[in-house]
Design a protein around this ligand. Sequence first.
Ligand code: OOG
Ligand code: MG
Length: 256
Amino acid sequence: MKIQRIAKRLDDAARYGEATPQLTGEDALTLEEAYAVQRLLIELRLARGSRQVGLKMGFTSRAKMAQMGVNDLIWGRLTEDMLIEEGGTIELPRYVHPRVEPEICFLLGKRLEGSVTALQAMAAVEAVAPALEVIDSRYKDFKFSLPDVVADNASSSGFVVGAWQHPSIDLSNLGLLMTFDGRAVEMGSTAAILGSPVRALVAAARLAAEQGEALEPGSLVMAGAATAAVALRPGVAVRCEFQSLGSVAFNTQGEA
Ligand code: OOG
Ligand code: MG
């Protein structure tokens, strides 16, 4: 069946780091079908022994929407195998065309489901951390339609979380600077994330509920990038410094 076939194709592309063509003709998906593919894709990974640890939001900033040519919020699932150790080194050959982007990560202490206010969302947060996401579309040339990217688990590939901080920090407008080997590659503010990253958490609860899921205590939520994503090169020290939140870093090695 179509959903299974596409899930397997995207799973293989991710496992072997090989690009796959965009979903056209018979393989074109509706948004609803795309989330069904994503669910199945993650089930394949869970069957190999991984665990779902949370979810990620996509296209929560104008910078990302403009970079990728889409206009809607999407979400994807985070699994344990995607976690990159803070300060660690990733091997680029396992990716297709990896990029990095600055994000905020929430750790939930309470359950969130469906329609919640920003106040309710923040009350459910146990801790916040500076974070980096490594995205890697499995599609050729990093090009996709909205259903394509949803099916591909919102291009998610890896994520790095810095030291956890108390959630009382006002996240609405924190300056940030992302550097490669100490040179600035992107700078911005957490205000770029829907005006404030807490709105990404509100949207996560709503969008997950549309697919019948709740955000459980202990789960992580990545708020979406504050700036455009930057292509990774081998042998680079990647770091992002956030006002009031501290920094998060990792290194790359090997040709992609
Ligand atoms: C899709 C993922 C978007 C974000 O933070 O906006 C995303 C992509 O850009 O390939 O992760
Ligand atoms: Mg992202």
